[in-house]
Design a binder for this molecule. Structure first.
Ligand code: ADP
Ligand code: MG
Length: 166
């Protein structure tokens, strides 16, 4: 899987922007990584790539679970930090936002395993230093494999820093 080495918040944001430019209606993007890993920052970039005005983007939805934005496509920014069970996920109707008219970006996606589609793009963010992060990009399904190929063509930094495992 490609691994992107981000040397700054701006680089993480730029990766999110590049994904946002390539995103299509129905896409599901899962973000995994501890507090401070850069998940919210990445979604800020994603919002920019979807044409959402930077001023309207309201960082993490931790306390509201879902933020909805309107850009080139709707963006559903979901944070599952406080959603611990599949029942909670379903009773909030969060499944309604997946694979529909917009792009769903899901922080703490591991809390939703089992509720999330099998095919999606997962980003695993790891803290490697105060300003550096390692971002592993894991596509599952043809749609997301193509997205990652396009990402690597349009975002040369990614291919330059790519490490292939397995
Ligand atoms: N390379 C980097 N990529 C992303 N965030 C970084 C990086 N270096 C430092 N940071 C800082 O780490 C924090 C990440 O916060 P945030 O995106 O809210 O994380 P999360 O949503 O995963 O809890 C921000 O304060 C950001 O400035
Ligand atoms: Mg966050």
């Amino acid at each position: 899987m490609p691994v992107y080495h981000s040397a700054s918040p701006e680089q993480t944001r730029a990766l999110g922007e590049a994904v946002g430019r390539l995103a299509d209606a129905g896409d599901v993007i899962a973000l995994v990584g501890e507090l401070g890993a850069g998940k919210t920052l990445f979604v800020g970039g994603l919002a920019g790539g979807l044409g959402i005005d930077r001023a309207t983007y309201v960082s993490s939805p931790t306390f509201t679970i879902l933020h909805r934005y309107h850009g080139r496509l709707p963006l559903y920014h979901i944070d599952l930090y406080r959603i611990e069970t599949p029942e909670a996920f379903l009773s909030l109707g969060l499944d309604e936002y997946l694979q529909r008219d917009g792009v769903a970006a899901i922080e703490w996606a591991e809390h939703g395993w089992g509720m999330l589609p099998k095919e999606m793009l997962t980003l695993k963010l790891r803290y490697t230093g105060s300003d550096t992060r390692e971002i592993e990009i894991v596509p599952v399904g043809d749609r997301y494999a193509r997205l990652v190929q396009a990402l690597m063509r349009k975002f040369p930094v990614l291919s330059m820093t790519t490490e292939w495992e397995g």
